[in-house]
Structure formats: structure tokens, C-alpha cells
Design a protein around this ligand. Structure first.
Ligand code: DC
Length: 253
């Protein structure tokens, strides 16, 4: 993940001595230094809006779901059992994942290999959801995500960003939409990528993942108490991003 020098400046959160000072510090921080968390279920539109929001604010976009998917791909390639927690954790700790954004496109590299398309299949969706329930896997991923966002200037999207990865993020969003619309979006996305699926299969996969991701023991998907809830049903990407930019500016300036 590459950052401009201006974005490399360390944030000075710990320098503020009182909550009042911290408030001042937050207000005076430039938009491109922020840590923004976007959580929510599959198909809520997180990736599209997170990418667009990051571009608007001059931040780096981090797709944490792609990290669990990349691990899933390696698990499959190496024939590892999704239940073998120790081996999964070791593998997760050894992974080197990089995001390279050029224009509108963000490509995902795992161990130097471009896995952008390979991780988007329904099989990888299921596998990512399944292995993400393991405590050891989550610990390794959270560590990697904190390291990636350590310097601020990031928009991270996932399931546990505002609750676990960055509980003190500057701004948190919880993005949701009616399940029928989320299923349709996921289906259209897969068809557009040339993946052969039917609507019923997509529906089952998405609802099963909703269930897995919200019912697992470790870091289940839930709205952080201080997250701003946004319903993206029947709303365009532009509308949602506009609302987010408004909230960010209100909170920070
Ligand atoms: O966002 P996505 O559909 O690419 O995520 C794939 C799976 O990865 C998701 O079903 C659950 C898991 N995941 C997670 O547990 N925590 C995250 N922060 C992101 C994704």
C-alpha cells in the first residue's frame, strides 16, 4: 500500500491531554489524516462507497473482506482444513497483502500475486466467512489491519472495524440495505464479473453469510454504538457518499 509523504505524518492523538483537547485536535485534523470505519453486511454497498469516499477525502482505501478472502484462497490452494485453527493462524500471520489503487480500480495482491478476480467467487465468499470465525485468524488479520491504518488517512471497510480494529476511529458508519436489494446487487456484481450464478444461489449464500457473520462468537458483525447508521436501499452511490462526506465534515471541522 503506497501513501504520499504528506499522508505519512503520524497522528498525534495521544498528545492531547483531556477529552476537550482531543475534541479540538479532531476538529483541526485535515480530512486526509482521518481514520474512517465502514461496517455492514454483504451487498450493502460498502466497497463502492468506501472507495469513492476515500477518493473524495484523499485517503487510502482498505478492503478488509479482501484480506479474509485472500486467506481463503491460500487455504484452498494448500488444501488446509478450514477448521485447523493453528495452521490457519500461522498462514494468516505469514500473509503479505497489498492494495494498489489506480484510478477507479483497486487491485489486491497476496504474496505478490494479483488475486483480485480469484477472490471474488461465491466459493471464496463462503470460505472467507467460514474461516473468519476462528479467533486466531481474526487476531492475525486485526493486527495487519491496524498496521495498515496506523498512520491514519484511511477508509477501512469490513465487519468489525468500528467495534474491534479501530474502536477510536474518527468517524464510523454502519451501512445496511434491505436484503432483497443486497441480494440483487451481489447477483448483478457476480454476473458483471462473468461468474456463473443464479439468483437463488446468490440469495442462499448471502443469507447464510449474514447469519454466520452476525452469529459468530468472536467479533460478530454489529453496529458500533457510536456509528452513524445509513440505509442505502434505493439510494445511489453518490447520495450515500454525499451524506458520508457531510457527516465527516460536521464531525471533524
Ligand atoms: O466484505 P466481504 O464480503 O468481502 O467479506 C468476506 C467475508 O470476510 C465476510 O463474509 C466475513 C469476513 N470478514 C470479516 O469477518 N471481518 C471483516 N472485517 C471483513 C470481512
Amino acid at each position: 500500500m503506497e501513501k504520499k509523504t504528506s499522508e505519512r505524518k503520524r497522528l498525534t492523538r495521544s498528545a492531547a491531554s483531556s477529552p476537550k483537547d482531543q475534541g479540538k485536535e479532531k476538529r483541526h485534523r485535515s480530512l486526509r489524516q482521518l481514520t474512517i470505519a465502514i461496517d455492514g453486511p454483504s451487498g450493502a454497498g460498502k466497497s463502492t462507497v468506501a472507495k469513492s469516499l476515500a477518493k473524495r477525502l484523499g485517503c487510502v482505501y482498505i478492503d478488509t473482506g479482501a484480506m479474509y478472502r485472500s486467506l481463503g484462497l491460500k487455504v484452498k490452494e494448500r488444501g488446509i482444513s478450514p477448521e485447523d485453527e493453528l495452521t490457519l493462524q500461522r498462514l494468516a500471520l505469514s500473509l503479505h497483502i497489498r492494495f494498489v489503487t489506480k484510478g477507479e480500480q483497486t487491485r489486491v495482491f497476496c504474496q505478490g500475486e494479483d488475486v483480485t478476480e480469484a477472490i471474488r467467487t461465491p466459493e471464496m465468499s463462503r470460505l472467507a466467512s467460514s474461516i473468519s470465525k476462528q479467533k486466531g485468524v481474526r487476531e492475525a488479520m486485526v493486527e495487519m489491519q491496524r498496521e495498515m491504518g496506523r498512520e491514519g488517512g484511511v477508509v477501512l471497510e469490513g465487519r468489525d472495524i468500528g467495534t474491534v480494529v479501530f474502536p477510536d476511529a474518527d468517524v464510523k458508519f454502519y451501512l445496511d440495505a434491505e436484503s432483497s436489494e443486497r441480494i440483487r446487487r451481489r447477483y448483478d456484481e457476480l454476473v458483471e464479473k462473468g461468474v456463473k450464478v443464479d439468483l437463488e444461489e446468490t440469495r442462499e449464500e448471502l443469507l447464510q453469510r449474514d447469519y454466520n457473520d452476525t452469529h459468530r462468537v468472536h467479533s460478530p458483525l454489529k453496529k458500533a454504538t457510536d456509528a452513524v447508521f445509513i440505509d442505502s436501499t434505493r439510494r445511489s452511490v453518490e447520495e450515500v457518499v454525499e451524506e458520508m462526506v457531510r457527516v465527516v465534515k460536521e464531525r471533524v471541522h
